[in-house]
Design a binder for this molecule. Sequence first.
Ligand code: GLN
Length: 494
Amino acid sequence: MRMLNRLTISELVTRLASREVSSRAATQACLDQIERLDGRLHAFISLDADHALAQADAADRALALGATHARQPLLGVPIGIKDVIAVKGQPLNCASKILGRYVSPYNATVINKLQAAGAVVFGRLNMDEFAMGSSTENSAFGVTRNPWDLSRIPGGSSGGSGAAVVADECIAALGSDTGGSIRQPAALCGCVGLKPSYGRVSRYGLVAYASSLDQIGCFSKDVRDAAILLEILSGVDPADSTSVPQPVPHYAASLTGDVKGLRLGLAKEYMVGGLDAEIKAAIDAAVAQFEKLGARVTEVSLPHTDYAIATYYIIATAEASANLARFDGIRYGLRVEGADPIELYSKTRGAGFGPEVKRRIILGTYVLSSGYYDAYYLRAQKVRTLIRRDFLKAFEQVDAILTPTTPTAAFKIGEKADDPLQMYLSDIFTISANLAGICGISVPCGFTREPKLPLGLQLLGKPFGEETILRLAHAYEQSTPWHKEKPPLAALAG
Ligand code: GLN
């Protein structure tokens, strides 16, 4: 039998339900893998093994008393959590120094939902500080490394989540996606990453970065697991007024394998210029595969694509500058004393925030300041509407849009760290979905040749059109070998 930590959710659930294995054994297998590998990978900022095993034992007791996965679909399944989602009694740092020794006094809604479903929620997964970045190099706790090549970044900002799932340190993980932070690390590490539509999942208990863009989503080893998790995470929440009262479908039922007649759009503005030749070849092969499966592929246009990065980095930084005002040394975490409150604020924030977070607070404050507001922030909001309209118009012709997830495979640690603009440009294929509020999924679609690094394709769907992209992603995944490939983990154990 394969090691328990290598299983998918659905595989583990089958074995737990038959009582062939225990949740304690599965959780311990994840903890052992972390012990073996995480010294090199550094996907976890911290880990409370006793808390994890106590939840596993509770799941085993419930199973012994006759609890079923029909009622609790994740009963006994270990799920890793990004360090931006509140878990009661656990540290919450957002990979920043400014939160000091802060411990969350409450659960995020998604954590309540996972626990109600019986999951073993554990670990604090590394990320870029306050989810600002594309490489996990902006963590105050040190970089996470890509399981395929330790000299490379795992993507970001949820780099810890991507690396941990691919390295079998957990069965699946939660992340957050403001401009690609789930889909991009999933692509660069080689797993499935799902960003739900804006409003699909409650953000209560997610530390806000850019509130009009943030969504919680999941990392998993296959598309079926993404469907299982999405169904549990979704739904309206009175504690988050932006969550939408749409019925929650049984997402796994949409994985029929049949995509005949579905219309897929290729955005002509995406397949240009700096696109890496191996990525282009992988996307061309994926298009051929979808056609073989019976989907119809046509070209669509997203004419405002050129403005997406500028628009995103104005709106996201503006919202961040407001959201991060609360970290002032009075209410939470770190405090550096000063002669008066102003000095206390500035000393605390000066010592507590890293350089990228400071850059964004300054940029965001600038675009909101009087005299510049109209020229930058207001204009960006108008362009955002045009970008959303591009998508809604394209979705009149197609059921989903197919794009590469990233313009290149995982780059070297340090390669873009001193060049924020280069880093921002690497988000070109993912940020528009957040601006438009639509859903997106990244699935493995091949590898570069030398070195061997995973590549991802992205399927974008209509608002609340998760069933369609899950169905397409699943049919593609099941007809291709990519999701079965594993990094050379044995070589990593040090
Ligand atoms: N890389 C983007 C940024 O730095 C997206 C991050 C995210 O989705 N949280 O803002």
